[in-house]
Write a protein that binds this ligand. Structure first.
Ligand code: FES
Length: 103
């Protein structure tokens, strides 16, 4: 399944991602600049912040309470589609998802 990250400079990075993999791990594997995942996916760093493209917000689901709290502490300003990518798990419904990496 495919995931595309859009960078602030307009560059796009696409990668094949297996079901069950988090989009944070997928970003690290694809060397996506700006997605760090310092805490390893334990919801304590917010360095895996991405903005889900509008067409994909519903499929990606909404943030749970702890993620929602962490999204208030991101380095970049929180936006309507903001999610922590360590909390998004790849599945069939997300095949083709587009994520913007905030500056
Ligand atoms: Fe730290 Fe996602 S990797 S909150």
């Amino acid at each position: 399944m495919k995931v595309t990250w859009e960078l602030a400079d307009g560059q796009r990075i696409a990668a094949d991602v297996a079901a069950g993999e988090t989009l944070k791990d997928a970003a690290l594997a694809a060397n996506v600049p700006g997605v760090k995942g310092d805490c390893g996916g334990f919801l304590s760093c917010a360095t895996c912040h991405v903005v889900v493209a509008p067409d994909w917000v519903t499929a990606a689901g909404s943030a749970e309470d702890t993620e929602d709290d962490m999204l208030d502490m991101t380095e970049a300003v929180r936006e309507a589609g903001s999610r922590l990518s360590c909390q998004i798990v790849m599945s069939d419904v997300l095949d083709g998802i587009v994520l913007r990496v905030p500056q």
